[in-house]
Design a protein around this ligand. Sequence first.
Ligand SMILES: [Fe+2]
Ligand SMILES: [Fe+2]
Length: 283
Amino acid sequence: MKLSPPSVPDHDLNKQLRAAKSQLAIYAKDLKELLVREKKKAKKLEAVNKQMQAYAQDLKAAYHAERQKTMELEKAYADTVVRLTLASRYKDEETGTHIQRLSHYAKTLGLSIGLSEDEAQLIFDAAPMHDVGKVSIPDMIMQKRGPLDEQEWDIVKQHPVFGANLLTGSPSQLLETAREIALTHHERWDGTGYPQGLQKTEIPLGGRMVMLVDTYDALRSQRPYKPAFSHAKVCDIMLHGDHRTRPSHFDPQLLDAFREIHEQFDIIFSEIVEEGPSTSVVD
Ligand SMILES: [Fe+2]
Ligand SMILES: [Fe+2]
């Protein structure tokens, strides 16, 4: 016998359909609201993102402007000091070529003891300012022909302190290194230097380096109180001493390095020369 499906009355079916329809309408409404909310959120996020990008752009521009300003300031500092250095030279027997040679010896020496290119370059740039304090010494002392008396000599011995005072208080690394060098370039390893009588590593490396290269160049150059000496004679004086200069004045590590690379000093000396008549050299 064949069974027929139970029949559902029409009005029940319609009722169920209506219920399903209104449920669907509710779902659709919820979905629509959700979509609108998500769209709003996305828009807000986009706005925030745009704002962040604008801030980042502003920050980048401000950073670059600040960097530019710092670089200009550093250049201005260095420029001022170079001018001071030039001014100090008018009062001194030391010449422009002496200052240039000093930078080259110091960099060569620095690289030979293992300083990085940047560290050696910093000494190269700062070394020329070592005697800037001489601007503060009265002309009558700086340009005196004869030997200085004790009182005058005491004043000259203050030039490292005057120089350091001129260079102090700058945020520039170059000027801070220059200040250290200006203050300590007459100190000696064995403590017999001035103005503070510092010893050994109490003296900053830059000061020890400039002291050695300044001595080499002064010995090679003619001064009112001495003739120019040959490279061989200067090496002999620095490595073995004479009545004024003792090997114990120099940092032993630097003196060892000098012993190794002294020929490069001779090359620098002969390549950066003064215009004008040549001076006679004593062997
Ligand atoms: Fe000096
Ligand atoms: Fe010098």
